[in-house]
Design a protein around this ligand. Structure first.
Ligand code: ATP
Ligand code: MG
Ligand code: MG
Ligand code: MG
Length: 439
């Protein structure tokens, strides 16, 4: 992509309304733009990041055996009356009427709809287990939308729903998602810790929030420091090996970790003092086993092995890719701007032409640009006639992993300059060597 043809209306000044660094940087880097309170447009640079995050989420859901579908954003109120949640959900639900005065809503979540889809298509225990997911916009009329896309009213969510014959099967489905989440967050370059979460009126112990530590997190969290050294499960983990999955989950739930709602001061005090970590956390994912809460009232039943009809056991599993984009920035930035982890960077390389119009600079840049594109590397080529200082500031702000600078002085000696955004000195080397380093 040539910057001269791109849409990157960056802001030099930090917008006053933005309280936290990710919000400031996302606005300044022209990733997002607010269109109404808590409602954001994703500009081209932001959309690239959002799509990369969603792709990683999708790959790991698929690896774990979940199946993608796409449900609508608008739902019928009557569907939610079946579960009893239409009245219970409260003011966070955006309720609307169509021209026929039919009551509808903009989905804040999809348990009811997926239960309706499942019950229409599955009759026998032989078709179980199943896990269906989608990545779709949600709307929740948050009391206090703030922090940009961290707590917005319209946001993207991956929500998966599992269906099993019984509680034991549901536990295996739950464990699959724990492992998928551990892999997902590791690939996104984040340290997410599963913390026991409140299961509400249903009870049981099967709910975890995935929390990343950040100074600007909304809740206080308490955990064992060793979590920070745990390795995520490998790519070849066997999702059909129930025992192996349980062992991974046991390890990741063996140490103390809780948000303030679930905090147990006595249990925390039992950890050696040098291993106690008190911090702030951001909820980036939440998984939940809720048994027959929806299948019973909505009659999502299957014939069991003995022929008797039973309601299926369900779980739901959410990740917010739009919140994740902000959370990554909270964890990875400096005074100059964003520092993208490779996996989600909008472009891998920023190619900077210091003197457009100079025949040697133009030729060297065009050659590098063509070779990078041909190798499938996402490259943003700054071919504008901005001053060098402003070009460097833009590259620092948008945080691409590599900066490749071509200028007239270096070219005299056949050299270009390569620098990693994450740190380290700029290196002078030949264009070929620079290409090899970033490929
Ligand atoms: P919170 O406690 O932050 O209000 P929640 O517990 O209501 O979140 P869930 O219903 O568990 O959220 O939704 C699953 C995921 O969706 C969350 O873990 C988060 O990543 C994302 N999410 C929820 N609400 C928002 C929001 N207002 N803006 C952006 N992402 C959100
Ligand atoms: Mg909420
Ligand atoms: Mg929550
Ligand atoms: Mg939650």
């Amino acid at each position: 992509m040539r910057l001269s043809r791109y849409f990157l209306p960056i802001l030099r000044e930090a917008p006053k309304e933005a309280e936290i660094v990710s919000h400031r940087l996302m606005l300044r880097a022209a990733m997002i733009r607010q269109e109404a309170a808590g409602i954001y447009a994703w500009l081209p640079l932001g959309l690239r990041v959002l799509n990369k995050i969603s792709d990683i989420v999708r790959e790991e859901q698929n690896r774990a055996g979940a199946i993608e579908c796409l449900m609508p954003t608008i739902q019928l109120a009557d569907l939610w009356r079946e579960s009893g949640r239409y009245d219970a959900y409260g003011a966070e639900m955006l309720r609307i009427k169509d021209r026929h005065e039919r009551e509808m809503l903009y989905g804040p979540t999809n348990e009811e709809m997926i239960t309706e889809i499942f019950r229409a298509g599955v009759r026998s225990y032989k078709d179980l287990p199943k896990n269906l997911y989608h990545i779709q916009w949600k709307f929740r009329d948050e009391r206090r939308p703030r922090f940009g896309v961290m707590r917005s009213r319209e946001f993207l969510m991956k929500d998966a729903y599992s269906f099993d014959l019984d509680a034991a099967g549901a536990r295996v489905s739950y464990n699959r998602m724990v492992v998928a989440y551990l892999r997902t967050f590791a690939r996104l370059g984040m340290k997410a810790i599963p913390m026991r979460a409140d299961t509400g009126p249903i009870g049981g112990d099967l709910s975890h929030e995935f929390i990343i530590l950040a100074k600007t997190g909304e809740s206080a969290v308490f955990c064992h420091k060793d979590f920070l050294d745990f390795e995520a499960p490998p790519a070849d983990v066997d999702f059909d090996d129930a025992g192996g999955l349980q062992a991974i989950v046991d390890k990741w739930t063996s140490l103390y970790a809780a948000t303030e709602e679930m905090h147990d001061e006595a249990a925390f005090a039992a950890i050696p003092a040098d291993k106690r970590l008190t911090a702030r956390g951001i909820e980036v994912g939440h998984i939940f086993y809720f048994g027959t809460k929806y299948s019973e009232p909505m009659k999502a039943v299957v014939a069991g092995p003995d022929g008797a009809t039973v309601p299926v056991h369900m779980g739901s599993y959410g990740i917010g890719p739009s919140r994740v984009a902000a959370a990554i920035i909270e964890a990875s930035h400096d005074e100059g701007g964003i520092i993208w982890p490779e996996a989600v960077a909008p472009f891998r390389v920023g190619l900077v032409n210091l003197k457009p119009g100079d025949a040697a600079c133009d030729a060297a840049c065009e050659d590098l640009y063509a070779k990078l594109e041909a190798a499938g590397v996402d490259v943003l080529y700054d071919d504008t006639d901005e001053r060098p200082g402003s070009k460097f500031a833009t590259m620092d702000l948008i945080g691409l992993p590599w900066r490749l600078v071509v200028g007239p002085k270096g070219l005299v000696n056949g050299q270009v300059e390569l620098k990693r955004r994450a740190g380290g000195a700029a290196e002078s080397l030949t264009p070929e060597a620079a290409l090899n380093a970033v490929l």
